[in-house]
Design a binder for this molecule. Structure first.
Ligand SMILES: C[S@@+](CC[C@H](N)C(=O)[O-])C[C@H]1O[C@@H](n2cnc3c(N)ncnc32)[C@H](O)[C@@H]1O
Length: 234
């Protein structure tokens, strides 16, 4: 969330100084109000307190994903990078049905997520796959051998990992679509988080040209979303 705000501010710095503050405040107010509405909507999915820290997806992004689960009946869900998003999605899956396969490189972080799922009573809805980062920073990804049990038909792919902030890791999320593309159902939705970052923008450009998928960028939620053949807008 903080990186998105920084990116707005970078953009705004290029504008005449007297309009900067007003526009920065407008951008922040717009994104904050989307998140406030999203948090209110998500509170209908009960559970315990969640630490909505910097690396977590925006509430508005998570609400968009939950909307797609509810409206487009996504049942087989794969997430790269677990956390608050996993726990909220599990609450939606408890209501709607389905299963989440969340891929996590950091076993200690995975244990936190597992404890929150246990507390919520949603652990049955989620398989946490511990897949350490493998390869060099520039072209590495999750250990593929850990992913073989993910089923062949995926309705929703959420890409918010591996962690991409370390030097050389800017394009580290690119392999997600090449790896899972063959497994996506015709109506599948694909979401890429952190789209305000240059690395994610490069990844999106490559995914668009290499896979012919259309993506819509939603700056206030910091995501790009491809709705495949899913019937309902989210
Ligand atoms: C962008 S985060 C994934 C966030 C997750 N999708 C969510 O919305 O909460 C990518 C990786 O960073 C690590 N991570 C997540 N939250 C973290 C935190 N609060 N502090 C440090 N690392 C974190 C985990 O290894 C995670 O897979």
């Amino acid at each position: 969330m903080r990186s998105r705000v920084r990116s707005y501010l970078r953009l705004l710095r290029k504008m005449p100084s007297n309009s900067q503050d007003a526009l920065a405040l407008q951008a922040l107010a717009a994104s904050n109000s989307q998140d406030a509405v999203a948090l209110q909507a998500l509170s209908a999915l009960p559970g315990g307190y969640l630490p909505w820290t910097g690396p977590a997806m925006h509430p508005a992004a998570v609400a968009t994903i939950v909307n797609s689960v509810v409206l487009n009946h996504h049942r087989a869900i794969v997430e790269c990078g677990s956390g608050v998003s996993t726990v909220v999605l599990a609450r939606a899956v408890r209501q709607e049905g389905g299963h989440i396969y969340t891929i996590e490189e950091d076993a200690e972080w995975g244990a936190h997520v597992s404890a929150w799922l246990d507390r919520d009573g949603t652990a049955d809805a989620v398989t946490i796959i511990h897949a350490p980062f493998e390869g060099r920073a520039g072209d590495g990804w999750y250990r593929r051998a850990a992913l073989v049990d993910i089923p062949a038909e995926i309705d929703l792919l959420v890409v918010d990992g591996p962690a991409a902030l370390a030097p050389g890791r800017a394009l580290v999320r690119y392999p997600a679509l090449p790896y899972f593309n063959e497994k996506l159902t015709p109506g599948a939705t694909v979401v890429l988080d952190d789209i305000s970052r240059p690395g994610e923008q490069q990844i999106l450009a490559r995914w668009r040209s290499e896979f012919g998928r259309e993506f819509e960028v939603r700056p206030l939620s910091d995501i790009a979303i491809s709705r495949g053949g899913a019937p309902y807008d989210v």
